[in-house]
Design a binder for this molecule. Structure first.
Ligand code: 4AD
Ligand code: MG
Length: 434
């Protein structure tokens, strides 16, 4: 019995007979030779079925293969520089596991399809080489984030998805029935991270977060994944250093291990290669001046829109960190700058090439009285925050952290037009299926 192998490993088996199993990606016919392109998720290989060289039934089965039919093929691996992947499989036997009927063919063909059509068929679209490449890069980015924190002594502490209160403003909450009560899907694990930081010093959480974003933009999902570190005794400057090191290390890992995928996506790698610390730092005040100089309508006190973020990042070939925004445009938990209480000790990291904000975070408000005041000013239900206030009642401490949205980072690193391709099954304002 020939050995059953994954296609990514064919190089180790040149000259040997092997079996592969997968799906038909494409079938080309040239004279009396068939060239079925077989993919198994690990890789892709071109098979060769020559009419005279195989039993007539094998040739016939190969000729009738339809796109995405599942199959098992056996043959000898032959090195061939011209072949996609560098090897071909001289097929001697072929078993069709499921032949997609010709009268109900696979809906996604090599021709161009509209975005909505592809999105409706997301469960199948994932099989395409582009989508598979994106899945691979996404996986690498997530692994790189975990390794980054694990190697630095952070403890992963999982935070809940059902929560009793808002973290990031009440306008984007998803409310759900929770028995006799109302609960909300979490917008961020941060508040729980702060509790965990007092237990383990350096913590991070990583999970899905939810925002009832009514905006239909290329950067917004209603369900997205966020990695959030929180560090006891960290100040704003420490948070900024951690952020630039994380981003640089993730980009370096993608370049090191996922070059083939990035090349398939036609990503300009030289742009990514610039991503090394230190990142330029701008105060909000400086950023507003730059924007006004470029013709933006922004006034001091306002938040930046997507266009402003793009304009700002234009001047740099690496991510830029904007710090000390006016407290009024930021969440209730932000620590004010002691020297200028109207601004918060916060930072946003803006990706280059118009990808916008990938990280938001900063130093937290550690003072009990001021935090109570902020909760009241923001009309948040005091009762739901009593546990959070306990963190200020029992050994309050300076601390800070941030959240990095995985999909925005994937979009930037892969060079994608829209976040909908960065997550296997996107959830957006007008999309809940498949
Ligand atoms: O700036 P945000 O709202 O910050 C927080 O949630 C903090 N509590 C995080 C923390 O300090 N622990 O969100 C953080 C990041 C953004 O920079 C962006 O990358 C991503 O989450 N993000 C979204 N990604 C996709 N779709 C959305 N609707 C997003 N909203 C935020
Ligand atoms: Mg933000």
């Amino acid at each position: 019995m020939p050995q059953l192998i994954e296609i990514r490993r064919v190089g180790e088996f040149a000259g040997q007979e092997v079996t592969v199993q997968g799906w038909l990606y494409n079938l080309r016919e040239s004279g009396k030779i068939l060239f079925p392109l077989i993919r198994d998720g690990s890789g892709i290989i071109q098979g060769v079925v020559a009419k005279g060289a195989v039993a007539p039934d094998v040739f016939e089965r190969a000729r009738e293969l339809t796109q995405e039919s599942s199959l098992r093929a056996t043959g000898k691996v032959r090195a061939d520089k011209r072949a996609p992947g560098g090897h071909e499989l001289d097929i001697t036997s072929l078993e069709v596991l499921h032949r997609v009927p010709s009268d109900a063919p696979y809906p996604i063909t090599p021709k161009e399809h509209g975005v909505e059509f592809l999105a409706d068929h997301r469960h199948l679209w994932l099989r395409s080489s582009r989508q598979r490449a994106i899945l691979g890069v996404r996986h690498e980015i997530i692994k790189a984030c975990r390794d980054f924190f694990d190697d630095r002594g952070f403890t992963l502490v999982d935070t809940p998805i059902f929560t009793p209160s808002a973290c990031e403003g009440t306008t984007t909450l998803f409310e759900v029935n929770y028995f006799e009560e109302k609960a909300y899907l979490t917008q961020s694990g941060q508040l729980y991270n702060e509790a965990a930081a007092a237990a383990v010093g350096k913590t991070y959480c990583f999970g899905p977060t939810f925002r009832a974003e009514k905006s239909k933009t290329r950067r917004h999902l209603t369900e997205f994944w966020m990695i959030e570190p929180e560090v006891a005794f960290a100040h704003l400057d420490d948070v900024m250093v951690l952020a630039e090191e994380l981003v640089s290390s993730v980009v370096a890992r993608a370049l090191e291990r996922r070059k083939p995928e990035l090349q398939l996506l036609e990503r300009n790698l030289s742009k990514l290669e610039q991503t090394k610390p230190p990142f330029p730092r701008l105060t909000y005040d400086e950023a507003v001046k730059i924007l006004q100089g470029k013709g933006s309508e922004i006034q001091w006190g306002g938040d930046f829109g997507a266009t402003d973020e793009t304009l700002l990042s234009e001047g740099y070939d690496k991510p830029v960190m904007v710090h000390r925004y006016p407290s009024q445009v930021k969440a209730f938990y932000m620590a004010p700058d002691a020297a200028r209480p109207e601004v918060a000790l916060c930072v946003d990291v803006l990706a280059p090439e118009g990808y916008g904000e990938i990280i938001g975070g900063g130093e937290r408000l550690a003072d009990y009285d001021l935090l109570v005041k902020r909760i009241e000013e923001n009309k948040l239900p005091r009762q739901a925050f009593e546990w959070y206030l306990d963190l200020r009642r029992y050994g309050t401490f300076p601390h800070g952290g941030f959240g990095m949205g995985i999909e925005r980072v994937v979009a930037w690193i892969c060079g994608l037009e829209h976040v909908r391709e960065t997550i296997p099954f996107p959830r957006m304002l007008y999309r809940l299926t498949p």
